[in-house]
Design a protein around this ligand. Structure first.
Ligand code: ZN
Length: 424
């Protein structure tokens, strides 16, 4: 009896170690990819290239082969970048880049001191002022728009629509928003556009008369970036494909970078963990491919390029699982296309119930929101899995490894490996 007890304790301990290895490897990958030397895995300071190289090295270490002679598939994109330090001083208060304000990724850079024209509730709630709003000469000014306290919803939407196309013909537009986010743009506009948080805005001394801005953009034409691809051959040349984008938002100025721990170092770590796991199995029914895309944040361009220039026939893909934002799981997981691909969704659900992995597996319909999309559109059976609950930092500098909980990481790993084992 005592021996049995010791054995049980030993096996539980062993299981813990095995699980811990997955989590430790995940944390190692996420810590690395979110560190400053990858510059937010964007298109300044070669962030994307450094990250791609690191992933390829991990594949090699995990005994995963490239397709052909290289792990890389190069492609080009146009992208707007902000490589030098950005300064914004409104009145005599300097705002904190990345925290108080974000440049719109489409923005053109501007330097200098500018007069300010403020459009807020005092103006927007007044019928006469509202109708005559475009008669104000803003040609050499920055327009600040704050819709807080505006009663008329149509006016709220209307003024933001005018801002979108810069109907004011202003040098720049600043929009006050509760939450601000950064993104990536493949085009460059003719004016400067900035978002500032309402809390920063209300710290400013009123009335606001002028501002000072230093912001330089660099529009890169035909910038070369790359997807990373690894393959493990199984008994059949039918493929199970795991995808995850490794790019993120890069830098905003030289001093702010976006680590992108959940989005999507988490997915990359899961993809690499899976590559490690499947490389150790000798009797794989299907071949398994691991695709790491660039330029997802620029409009799912890496996966689009792969679908248009596939390195294996898309018809060979038996099933594709895209992993993006998988670092939490407190409230379960969600499967995009789960509502369409019912047989596969039921298998995920059954495994989850049998193994008691996550609290709920939710199904969603079709959505063009990550790298599964162009595959799915080309007739490939594809799902996109993301975790629910936990931290909500998204597209800001606070999406960091330290606060990413990986709550149900091992459970999701188990769900994915079991799915591949049982899928017919
Ligand atoms: Zn993402």
């Amino acid at each position: 009896m005592k021996l049995l007890f010791i054995l049980i304790v030993f096996f539980v301990f062993l299981l813990k170690i095995i699980n811990a290895q997955d989590i430790n490897y995940a944390r190692k990958i996420i810590d690395e990819l979110t560190s400053e030397k990858y510059h937010g895995r964007g298109y300044t300071f070669n962030g994307d290239k450094k990250a791609a190289k690191y992933i390829a090295n991990q594949l090699k270490e995990n005994n995963v082969n490239p397709l052909g002679s290289s792990y890389f598939q190069a492609f080009n994109l146009n992208v707007n970048t902000f490589p030098s330090k950005i300064k914004l001083k409104i009145g005599d208060i300097e705002l904190k880049s990345g925290i108080d304000f974000m440049i719109s990724p489409v923005s053109k850079g501007f330097n200098g001191d500018f007069e300010v024209f403020v459009i807020d509730s005092t103006l927007l709630n007044n019928d006469y002022d509202y109708v005559n709003i475009l008669t104000n000469d803003c040609k050499n000014k920055f327009v600040i728009i704050d819709t807080t306290g505006v009663n008329n919803k149509e006016r709220k939407v209307g003024i933001l629509d005018l801002a979108k196309i810069n109907k004011f013909e202003a040098k720049g537009i600043i929009i006050v928003a509760k939450k601000i986010m950064y993104s990536v743009s493949t085009i460059e506009s003719s004016f400067c556009k900035i978002y500032i948080t309402s809390s920063a805005y209300y710290r400013l001394k009123l009335p606001i008369k002028s501002l000072e801005i230093k912001c330089k953009n660099k529009f890169l034409e035909n910038y070369e970036t790359q997807n990373v691809i690894g393959l493990i051959s199984g008994k059949s040349d039918s493929l199970i494909v795991f995808t995850s984008h490794y790019d993120h938002l890069g830098t905003m100025g030289s001093d702010v970078f976006f680590p992108g721990a959940n989005d999507n170092a988490s997915g990359v770590s899961m993809n690499l963990n899976l590559s490690k796991y499947f490389a150790d199995i000798d009797t794989l029914k299907y071949s398994v491919a691991f695709l790491f895309f660039s330029a997802e944040e620029a409009g799912i361009l890496g996966s689009k390029y792969f679908v248009e220039h596939p390195l294996f026939p898309l018809s060979k893909i038996k099933f594709l699982i895209n992993l993006d934002l998988v670092g939490t799981g407190d409230d379960g997981i969600c499967i995009v296309n789960g509502a369409v691909l019912k047989r596969e969704f039921e298998l995920f659900n059954k495994i989850n119930e049998d193994e008691k992995l996550v609290s709920v597996v939710k199904a969603r319909g079709e959505a063009a929101n990550s790298d599964h999309y162009f595959f799915y559109n080309s007739g490939v059976k594809s799902v996109f899995i993301y975790t629910l609950g936990g931290v909500a930092e998204y597209h800001n500098p606070l999406d960091i490894s330290k606060t990413l909980p990986l709550t149900r990481y091992n459970e999701l790993f188990k769900l994915l490996t079991e799915f591949v084992r049982l899928y017919e």
